[in-house]
Design a protein around this ligand. Structure first.
Ligand SMILES: [Zn+2]
Length: 312
């Protein structure tokens, strides 16, 4: 049993060196593995490592030029330099490279984070494109200026994949005017099972359901350049208007009409300027913090320009 395993390991080691362009003597590898595993009872991993190290030294092979099959990790797991890893990522951004040694440089990301990558010209890889997803196989982690990055060398492989790898939510700050509030805002009912907003007592998934009250605003913020679809939760709304869930229910009771809440919120929020921070998802900007802009946008911009002029 173990004899057969040793032969398998021998083949793996030989192939690994061959892949990197080095021909080694299989008999020599087999002999060393047998000695280590059978005579000295060294565990398999340790025996392979020791044998590979011996060959690397003996043949004077630069360590980084030896092919490895590295484990798949997530970007947030990359914390140490000089590790061989494989990644499934999307190319977020390509930068201009000013070195002839670098083929491409930029940012790649997965759900857990974003990291800088460098493809060395010597690696001889086909160029990657922004917005496309790839497997980055056998890349080496590195630390540069206190930040982690990954390097693509000639033992690495880059393979484009169909899958659209998602990126971590982006936190952004927006300053702009609330130009619209959607009809399905205000005092709403949510499904007790899936928490989706219900219309006329119906959940889009579960049909006729028992619901519970919630307060939200779905709206559109315009910063003069882009529009953002935003969602405000009860806490955001209460901080801005003083109307929380309890107050909203009171308004609905007083007017015998739940839509009175929406009317009131529109009156207080629509057309006003805000400064907000939120997480940008696929469609909506989920607001974390929002406040009224203390001065008008125009005044704030003028102030900013003035302060820049002073600095200059
Ligand atoms: Zn439901």
């Amino acid at each position: 049993m173990i004899e057969k395993r040793i032969e398998e390991l021998t083949q793996q080691i030989v192939q690994r060196f061959e892949k990197s362009g080095y021909k080694i003597n299989a008999k020599e590898v087999l002999k060393r593995l047998k000695l280590l595993m059978l005579e000295f009872k060294v565990p398999e991993n340790e025996a392979v490592r020791t044998t590979v190290n011996y060959l690397v030294k003996e043949l004077e092979i630069p360590r980084e030029s030896l092919a490895v099959e590295s484990e798949f990790v997530r970007i947030s797991d990359i914390t140490k330099p000089n590790q061989w890893v494989s990644l499934k990522v999307k190319v977020v951004q390509l930068w201009d490279s000013n070195s002839p040694n670098i083929s491409q440089v930029g940012l790649i990301g997965d759900e857990t984070g974003i990291i800088k990558f460098v493809i060395w010209a010597k690696a001889g890889k086909k160029e990657v494109e922004e917005g496309k997803s790839y497997i980055f196989k056998n890349v080496v982690t590195d630390s540069f200026g206190g930040r982690m990055q990954v390097n693509v060398n000639r033992n690495s492989e880059i393979v484009e994949i169909e899958e659209d790898v998602s990126l971590p939510p982006r936190e952004i700050e927006v300053v702009g005017a609330l130009i619209s509030i959607q009809q399905n805002s205000g005092l709403i009912r949510r499904c007790k099972i899936c928490n989706r907003a219900m219309t006329k007592g119906l959940c889009p998934i579960h049909g006729k359901m028992d619901g519970y009250d919630d307060l939200r605003v779905k709206g559109v913020i315009d910063d003069g350049e882009n529009v953002y679809e935003i969602i405000l939760n009860e806490e955001n709304i209460k901080n801005l208007t003083g109307i929380g869930l309890k107050e909203a229910k009171n308004i609905a009771e007083e007017f015998l009409d739940r839509t009175a809440v929406l009317t009131e919120l529109k009156k207080r929020l629509l057309g006003r300027y805000f400064k907000l921070i939120g997480n940008k998802g696929e469609r909506y900007l989920i607001v974390k913090n929002i406040e009224f802009l203390k001065v008008g946008l125009k005044e704030e911009v003028e102030e900013l320009i003035k302060s820049l002029e002073v600095q200059a």
